[in-house]
Each structure stands twice: as structure tokens, then as C-alpha cells.
Design a protein around this ligand. Structure first.
Ligand SMILES: [Mn+2]
Length: 323
């Protein structure tokens, strides 16, 4: 094999007469990280849900998403890009984190994320509950400095303590802001609705520095206008994308820990993501998929495709902007 042939990314499993629904599932039937010489992007499962405040079960999210991801294809029509040819994308398996201590789990996630960052491998993480965003942001900020964040979620996730716990799935962006991990001039929540105990929470979120796009804004403004608002907010440096699957309406993603009605449609989420070319994505997470509440694998399917949209953006940005 020549050197140039070695550098061509290994793509999805392609064995004649062996259907995609057969055999063991890696994400999108991509190679495992141990099967390649080098990787640009790793899809990493973090089966952790001890920070959940309502319905538990997101620890089973990563493998549910992998099963659904068997259906992902090599070519993205909108971006005219082959996400698995431009980048070497791999499945890095799951992190084995303790279910018994949030602090210990967060520390081990941070350590592992640091190691990927040191190798120059960007992570697209499959949760797990939203607690995992804190150690992932720590690693990204350690490597790159404070980052802008596009946070898709029904909820603020800038709450303070819950039952005295400072780190839980409702607090990652407050803790990240306090720790100086975020470029707060370039952070925005998208899809907010419901789930607020008191008006003060919205004011405190604004004091931290976040901007808000509500789910209702899709009705009045439309996705194209919202894309412009997000782009104007986050321009000027690389960003991290955090996607709580509960940003979607429960009709589109029922299997999640804290569902909120009147959310985004899958089309609205994808129209938004597809508008975010050229912004430079340092990493991303897709969290809060709790498969026990799923129907017809709907939530696994949309989470797998959401990860694929992010991977396609990363490929587009590399191909067109060298990002
Ligand atoms: Mn969340």
C-alpha cells in the first residue's frame, strides 16, 4: 500500500452480501478507533445518567444511538460532502465511568477528553445526561481557551444547585461560566420553552451572559432568520455545540429524561444546523437520549442523524474553510 493510500480515511463497513442490520454496531458502521492509524473525529459514548433530575435512563443512550446509526449514509445532499471521506471518523466506544459518584465520573470524563484533545482528535459525544458537557467543555477550553457555545435545549441548564449538588444535568453551563470556560459574548441557548421555576432564573441566565432563542421564535421568525441570529452571536472564534435531544418536540424525540411539549421539529433543528457552516466546531455532544421511553426507535434515529449532521458540518468546514 502506498503512503497516499494509507492516508485515505477508512469509511463505513462495506461487505458485499452482509446487510447493514447484521453484526455488531459501531456508530454508522465506522471503524473502531483501535482499527485505524489516526483519527480526526471520534464518536464517543458516555453512558452516565447519575446527574438526572427526573426520568433516568440516558446511560443506555450511546448504544441505542449506535443501533439506529446503522442507517446513516455516506453522502450529505445539502452540503454536497462525504463526511467520512473528508475526516477519519471513528467509533471510540464508551467511557466506563462510575454510576455512584458524580464528581468521580466528571473527573474521569475530563481526563479522557483531555487525552483526545492532546491527540488533536475532536469529539462528538453521545450521552449520557447533560452533566457530561461540563468536563467536555473543561477539556476543550483547556486546549483552546474560552469557547462560544450553541446550546440546543428546552431548558436553560444554568441552574445552580439541586438537592445541594452543584454538578447535575441542570447546571453544566452555570458551572462552565463560573469556571471561565465560556466566551460569554458568544453563547446562545436555542429552543428554550417550559421548565422554568421562577422568572429570576431567566434574569440570572442573562446576567451570566447568555442569549436566548425560544422554540416559539421558529413560528414567528423562521429557521433562516434564527440561523442569522445564531451566526451573528457566535462569529469570531471556534464554537462547541451541545444538543439536548429534548430541544425537539416529544413527538419527534419522546425518549428523554425531561420532555417538554411544543418543541422544535426535526426539520427545524436540521435547517438550523445546516445553516451553521464555516463557524469552526471544536466538539459537540448529543445528550439525554433515554431509550426505555422510546417508540419505534424514533429518538435513537433522530439522535444518530443529528450526530451525522454535525459530522457533515465538520467535513464541510474542513473542505471549504480548512477548519
Ligand atoms: Mn439539558
Amino acid at each position: 500500500m502506498s503512503d497516499s493510500a494509507k492516508s485515505v480515511p477508512i469509511g463505513q463497513r462495506d461487505i458485499p452480501d452482509y446487510p447493514r442490520y447484521a453484526g455488531l454496531a459501531t456508530f454508522a458502521l465506522l471503524p473502531r478507533i483501535e482499527d485505524v492509524r489516526r483519527a480526526d473525529v471520534a464518536v464517543l459514548g458516555i453512558p452516565f445518567d447519575a446527574g438526572t433530575s427526573f426520568r433516568p435512563g440516558a446511560r443506555f443512550g450511546p448504544n441505542h444511538i449506535r443501533e439506529a446509526s446503522r442507517q446513516l449514509h455516506p453522502y450529505h445532499q445539502t452540503h454536497d460532502v462525504y463526511p467520512f471521506k473528508v475526516n477519519q471518523v471513528v467509533d471510540a466506544g464508551d467511557l466506563g465511568v462510575t454510576p455512584y459518584s458524580i464528581e468521580a465520573a466528571v473527573a474521569s470524563i475530563e481526563k479522557s477528553a483531555d487525552e483526545y484533545a492532546e491527540q488533536g482528535i475532536r469529539l462528538v459525544t453521545l450521552g449520557g445526561d447533560h452533566t457530561i458537557a461540563l468536563p467536555l467543555l473543561r477539556a476543550v477550553a483547556k486546549k483552546n481557551g474560552p469557547v462560544g457555545v450553541i446550546h440546543f435545549d428546552a431548558h436553560l441548564d444554568t441552574w445552580d444547585t439541586h438537592f445541594g449538588a452543584p454538578i447535575w444535568h441542570g447546571s453544566p453551563f452555570r458551572r462552565a461560566a463560573e469556571e471561565g470556560l465560556l466566551d460569554l459574548e458568544r453563547c446562545i441557548h436555542v429552543g428554550l420553552r417550559g421548565g422554568v421555576y421562577d422568572k429570576d432564573e431567566l434574569e440570572a441566565d442573562g446576567v451570566l451572559g447568555f442569549q436566548i432563542i425560544r422554540a416559539d421564535d421558529y413560528e414567528t421568525d423562521g429557521a433562516a432568520t434564527i440561523v442569522e441570529r445564531i451566526r451573528n452571536r457566535v462569529e469570531g472564534g471556534p464554537i462547541y455545540i451541545s444538543i439536548d435531544i429534548d430541544v425537539l418536540d416529544p413527538a419527534h424525540a419522546p425518549a428523554t429524561g425531561t420532555p417538554e411539549v411544543a418543541g422544535l421539529s426535526t426539520r427545524e433543528l436540521f435547517a438550523t444546523l445546516r445553516g451553521l457552516t464555516g463557524i469552526g466546531i471544536l466538539g459537540a455532544d448529543i445528550v439525554e437520549v433515554a431509550p426505555a421511553y422510546d417508540h419505534a426507535a424514533l429518538t435513537g434515529l433522530v439522535a444518530a442523524h443529528t450526530a451525522w449532521e454535525v459530522l457533515s458540518l465538520m467535513a464541510y468546514d474542513k473542505e471549504h474553510f480548512g477548519l
